[in-house]
Design a protein around this ligand. Structure first.
Ligand SMILES: Cc1cc2nc3c(=O)[nH]c(=O)nc-3n(C[C@H](O)[C@H](O)[C@H](O)COP(=O)(O)OP(=O)(O)OC[C@H]3O[C@@H](n4cnc5c(N)ncnc54)[C@H](O)[C@@H]3O)c2cc1C
Length: 517
């Protein structure tokens, strides 16, 4: 084992790449070891069948920190958008969809009261979301203060809430832990509108609209700099490729097909990693982009953790409920009541908040929803290079399909796919006849193919009890783990999942500043 000054990053997910790029820019000798044969983790574009490229898992970009885009010069490394400021088209089986464009209801049948109330509602939610957004680029404060300076970051959070002003502060504190269902009942009456907002609150979580915290997860979704989602040109993988190019340009080395089996320890600190093929690579610092349970439970080994810390880690919730359906299509599908020019937007199936709630119920009992909530994009409409001329790809996130399915996914996967296709067919008659190839990725498949423990969108549920200084567990929220030399930089850390990059950037800062544990 040589290369004693080296930093090893385990995993080339987008957060691992961001972390590697910042560390390399700061002069560190960085080696990224990625188990898969592509960079990007869940932010990847891959060929489903010859000529048809799909965003394999994540498909919409909304939370990427613009500071990262600028500081790493991503445009210079090939990153561009195929389409920005996507509208949300809330599909209706019966007829006209509702079209939401930023803070405006662009078209559809809604009550006059809802039409008038919507802009103010969205503006207010965005103001509240800025409280969360301001925390994204910060290292969370410690719960136990050792020095008076430790109080400053906590004071900043209080100040951010206070800066909302008296009225907004009171309202923010009233609603932040509430179920989105209750807020929607207070605010609106049109079912399609309530359904679309409920979907935004629960996507990627194991929460229903009547669950506490679902206003918080809604605000988290709105907490980025961009008010509406975008489609990266070349699919989500193009962003990861640009991040990898930025990391390489700064001097980092990236090795693919290099799965790490375990961490190597010497004198009570991390001294390197051991690959699955037995090769050992020395490092003074190891940063893991893998989820917390994989990093600490599997790669490090629970025996190296204090019992209380191991208990906290075991108690974190990380049961993924979002599945992915990718289709190669022989032609552009038609959706009931949807103009062709809206097919490049974000389409959602969540006809009302009650439907979303009922879709959640089976997940509580380890079953999947027969009438799921679905978010759909047809990215080749605005990015024709993703499919052969005249043909298309459909990318759908399907909620709720729990990781811990009682019957097991290996027996249920096909029945689940048929069920999702039957629901889509109701909104897009004739869709099934257009299918050239189909792929379903359940949370178990996400775990197997992308090494995401529990197949969870956020590498661990994103609720207030697992947020900021409690993420992934108290005592490890500043990216430094309880073994010297070991850090984490993935979605399981603050500020959570979604393609944001902040966990990677904050972790690099913690390492460069030598964050004490
Ligand atoms: C179905 C689904 C749809 C989603 N859709 C969206 C969306 O539209 N928009 C959005 O913003 N977010 C979306 N997300 C969330 C988003 O994809 C993730 O939060 C984000 O990609 C996490 O990034 P990461 O870099 O932290 O981790 P990951 O992307 O999980 O990357 C971790 C990397 O570490 C590697 N790794 C793990 N263990 C090892 C090991 N032992 N050795 C070497 N390498 C290892 C993995 O192979 C992987 O490449 C979605 C998530 C899911 C599950």
């Amino acid at each position: 084992m040589t290369e004693a000054g080296r930093t090893v990053v385990i995993g080339a997910g987008h957060n691992g790449l961001v972390c590697a790029a910042y560390l390399a820019k700061a002069g560190r000798d960085v080696l990224v070891l990625e188990a898969g044969h592509q960079v990007g983790g869940a932010a990847v574009t891959r060929e489903l069948v010859r000529g048809f490229k799909v965003p394999a898992v994540a498909h919409l970009l909304q939370l990427l920190d613009p500071a990262i885009e600028n500081e790493l010069g991503l445009a210079g490394h090939g990153f561009a958008l195929a389409k920005s400021a996507l509208k949300t088209v809330a599909l209706s089986e019966a007829g006209e969809p509702l079209v939401l464009d930023g803070n405006r209801i662009a078209s559809g049948i809604v009550s006059a009261a809802d039409r008038a109330a919507y802009p103010d509602f969205i503006d207010r939610m965005r103001r509240y979301a800025t409280v969360l957004g301001r925390q994204h680029g910060r290292i969370p404060p410690r719960l136990a203060w050792q020095r008076w300076q430790d109080a400053i970051p906590a004071g900043r959070i209080a100040l951010d809430i206070r800066r909302l002003g008296r009225e907004d502060m009171r309202e923010f504190l009233r609603i932040v832990t509430m179920p989105i269902h209750d807020l929607l009942e207070e605010s609106f009456e049109t079912p399609l509108l309530k359904g679309a907002i409920a979907l935004d609150a629960i996507l990627g979580t194991k929460l229903g609209p009547r669950s506490g915290n679902s206003v918080f997860t809604y605000l988290h979704r709105l907490s980025g700099a961009s008010p509406s989602p975008s489609l990266p040109k070349g699919g989500m993988g193009a962003l990861s490729e640009a991040l990898a190019a930025a990391a390489r340009a700064a001097g980092a080395e990236i090795r693919l097909s290099a799965p790490v089996a375990s961490l190597v320890l010497a004198d009570g600190r991390v001294s390197g990693v051991r690959l699955e093929n037995g090769e050992e690579i020395a490092a003074v610092t190891v940063v893991s982009n893998a989820d917390p349970k994989t990093t600490l439970g599997t790669l490090l080994g629970a025996r190296h953790l204090e019992a209380e810390f191991a208990r906290r880690l075991n108690h974190t919730r990380a049961i993924g409920t979002a599945a992915k359906l990718n289709l190669a299509l022989g032609a552009l599908p038609q959706f009931r009541g949807v103009d062709a020019q809206l097919l490049g937007e974000r389409l959602v199936i969540a006809p009302d908040a009650g439907y979303v709630d009922e879709a959640f119920n089976p997940a509580k009992y380890r079953d999947y929803s027969r009438a799921p909530v679905i978010e759909i994009t047809l990215p080749a409409v605005s990015d024709p290079e993703l499919a052969p001329a005249g043909k298309h790809v459909l990318s759908a996130i399907v909620q709720y399909a729990p990781y811990d399915l009682a019957a097991g996914w290996d027996t249920e996967r096909d029945a689940f796919r048929d069920c999702v296709l039957a629901v889509l067919e109701r909104y897009a008659p004739g869709l099934r006849k257009l299918i050239v190839a189909a792929e379903v990725l359940t949370p178990v498949d996400l775990e197997r193919q992308f090494r995401i423990g529990g197949g969870h969108w956020h590498h661990g549920e994103l609720t207030l009890d697992q947020f900021m200084m409690l993420r992934p567990v108290p005592g490890a929220a500043q990216y430094a783990m309880p073994v010297a030399g070991l850090y984490m930089c993935g979605a399981g850390c603050h500020p959570g999942g979604g393609v944001m990059g902040d966990a990677g950037r904050n972790a690099a800062r913690a390492i460069l500043e030598g964050a004490p544990r």
